[in-house]
Design a protein around this ligand. Sequence first.
Ligand code: WT7
Length: 633
Amino acid sequence: MRIRNWDEYQESYKLSVEQPEKFWDNIAKTFKWKKPYDKVLDWNFEKPDVKWFENGKLNITENCLDRHVETQPDKTAIIWEPNDPNDEGIKWTYRELHEQVCKFANVLKNNNVKKGDRVCLYMPMVPQLAVAVLACARIGAIHSVVFAGFSAQSLADRINDAKCKVVVTSDGAFRGQKEIPIKDIVDEGVSKCECVEKVIVYKRTEQFIRLENDRDVWWHDEMEKVDADCPAEEMDSEDMLFILYTSGSTGKPKGVVHTCGGYMVYTYYSFVNVFQYEENDVYWCTADIGWITGHSYIVYGPLLAGATTLMFEGVPTWPDAGRFWDICDKYQVNQFYTAPTAIRSLMSKGLEPVARYSLNSLKVIGSVGEPINEEAWRWYNTYIGKEKCPLVDTWWQTETGGILISPIPDVTELRPTYATYPLPGVQPVLLDKDGNEIKENNVEGLLCMKYPWPSILRTLYGDHERCRTVYFSTFKNHYFTGDGARRDAKGRYRIIGRVDDVINVSGHRMGTAEVENAINEHPWVVESAVVGFPHDIKGQGIYAYIICDRHVHSEQAFKDEINETVRKEIGPIAKPDIIQVVSGLPKTRSGKIMRRILRKVASGDISNLGDTSTLLNPDVVEEIIENSPMVKK
Ligand code: WT7
């Protein structure tokens, strides 16, 4: 199943289209199943109802851990590099990780967590987060990891949506020079959640926290009470493995659901092919486990492959902009996977921080989360990959579970800013607005998938109808990604970006409606409209147009308050970069905000605004242009 050259790629691709069940069976049968599946695939995109490896019984942690404990118990499973380079890291072998996971699984059981229960994990990047993820999977509890940068309100919304019974967290978190009061945020969030029975607290920063009687327990106290014997729960292929919330075009986050069998097969398969991981390699993905990238390519994919996976607690720019490269040299990292926003931010710091390190160990470098612009691609390729490491620009989504379109190192031909070819087993198509397939090359269209792959989302938690309408109803019998793409003469794909009201800020997906809802919480705000605009480092920045119910004396003070409101409602990642107070928003006669105009102004381009005379309020466009900091006068 590891593809090693172009002929094998083509052969594999052909097999995956002509005999998909045979193709996936070949891969799936290499795993440890408690009971073999009877059927590889059953699918219907109309409902949608997709089942992979039907009636197969398994536990993903036996495949991530027990299998390797039998064959390579002393191999390092996780390397953990702390925030402060002067502190000591952790290396756990597969045997040690297995033991930690089994013990924490018993802790969960002691705290009344049962198969099917939801557990929320709100933690910094410590190896105990990976342990907690796997411990849930061990006993069949469904994990819902919430990125620890989200606010108390966002956390509470996610906990309530999934009705989580237990929250696992830490006292605090170290991020660069900052110390973040994680437990205080959890206390505030959980105060709005009646479903939460227990909070398990891992001690990381030793800052003072309040433990609530009967509700809060320390991780280390609980670990003392248990042994390391925890049989893996028997799960059905289609039992839920986890929920991960992501943003859509409405204000309410979507709980993307992945299931055990298909997710296991696909994350493993994509990991070994895209990164060409070899036995003694050290692999590092810089994402946070709070996002899908961390789930699939820090925890599950690498551990399924028996790899050594590195986890980093800190930030790329502290103590200085050489921190990533320092870690690459220190651990002799072979595969390095990061986001364009990190590359652009480090690029802006010049070459000195890079020149201090050799980066000799690198073999493959990767990019994920947003389109990588040509300048960043070239810089990454030249100064980090030294023009000898294939740069894999990997396209995928929370909903796809794993990488769908990506170069395969030394197998497929690269092209800067192109994610290039689909992995075998993936069938992308470009459709026009009316749903007709555009078959030729050198074209642009809406990116869809016409056939399921094993880690496709199964539903949105508690809202199957929303899953159907968002992904499967725009075009009959197709999964719609929400992205526009171009296909070049050689059939390679370049992802252009979202075609819906979703923006991508530093690789974090955000719904414009979500940010608007947050802004509207400020008592003076009458209405707001949020759009993305091109941003040198973040890819897209957030531009907020706000109508205020009174004259603001100090615009700066008002903007600070808006930022604070957004920070409280969503988290710091959603703070607008530009706020413009306006007297009105351009609207059609039916009252719909003309976002196209707002997007153009936000990007500083006021050519071709189109006919604004039919608007309800054409004058407001003049005013917006006049006062926009982006429009050069
Ligand atoms: C959206 C998915 C995939 C994990 C991280 C983000 C954009 C993702 C690329 C890429 C261009 C990309 C798309 C996609 N995106 N990877 N290589 N090139 N765009 O996951 O939060 O679910 O966001 O990120 O617009 O739809 P996510």
